[in-house]
Design a protein around this ligand. Structure first.
Ligand SMILES: *Cc1c(COP(=O)(O)O)cnc(C)c1O
Length: 239
């Protein structure tokens, strides 16, 4: 095993241990939580090593980096998740390699994703990104739909050919009433997920929790945790 592969294996084992412990503390089965490794800023070679180590879900946040990486790893048995803020001019490319888009936050994006999915002849899983810092009129900084816009956006996805309504996603906010309170933020996300599942029971993915707060997310009920740093190491600035 190369040094890098051994390092990734050790980090993965630690993250696995954290997820297993969090599941057990919450009385949940380990299989209820899927690990998505966020490979942004790291090379395709790392993605390959992760696949060899048994990782099946990877995520990226910038199309410019993700598209060539996904192409370089096309033969690996991986599901690709797109988790970054998405401009409509990148949608056609993203729809070519992504299985899930976690950052669906506006109707215009739904329209563009639908057209792109149809063009590629693929079905795209869509998670609505919830901006919990926009709950009480805040402006939000990292994309996402305000909680009171979820119903309308969900209807748009349900009506769009080529798209499947898969669930909700959030990033614990840095400002607003949930700043520094990931547990409360993830519990609020679960309420929103309950509302969404009432519209479509299949929309049951809850994407929440990163390297620093995956325990809180698992405790709240997350089905997918998105972990970068704890597996790959501290990223250079930007990303
Ligand atoms: C980078 C990123 C992550 C992973 O963050 P870490 O703190 O490195 O685990 C998760 N979700 C999104 C949307 C990201 O951009």
């Amino acid at each position: 095993m190369t040094e890098r592969k051994a390092e990734l294996a050790a980090n993965l084992a630690q993250v696995e241990e954290r997820i297993a412990r969090a599941c057990s503390a919450a009385g949940r089965k380990r299989e209820e939580v899927t690990l998505i490794v966020v490979t942004k800023t790291y090379p395709a070679q790392d993605v390959r090593l992760l696949a060899e180590l048994g990782v099946r879900h990877v995520a990226e946040n910038r199309d410019q980096d993700a598209a060539p990486k996904a192409a370089a790893c096309a033969d690996a048995p991986l599901t690709w998740h797109f988790v970054g803020q998405l401009q409509t001019n990148k949608v056609r490319s993203v729809a070519g390699y992504s299985d899930f888009v976690h950052s669906v936050d506006r109707i215009r994006l739904v329209t563009a994703l639908s057209a792109a999915a149809e063009r590629h002849g693929r079905e795209l899983g869509c998670l609505l990104q919830i901006a919990l810092d926009r709950e009480s009129g805040g402006t939000g900084g990292r994309g996402g739909v305000a909680p009171d816009g979820v119903g309308e956006l969900a209807e748009a996805v349900l009506a769009a050919p080529g798209l499947r309504l898969s669930g909700v996603m959030t990033v614990a906010p840095l400002s607003g009433p949930y700043a520094g309170r990931p547990k409360a933020a993830f519990e609020r996300l679960m309420e929103i997920s309950t509302g969404l599942r009432a519209m479509d029971p299949a929309a049951n993915m809850v994407s929440a929790g990163m390297s620093s707060d995956l325990e809180e997310a698992v405790a709240a009920g997350a089905t997918h945790v998105r972990v970068g740093t704890a597996v790959l190491g501290v990223r250079p600035r930007l990303g």
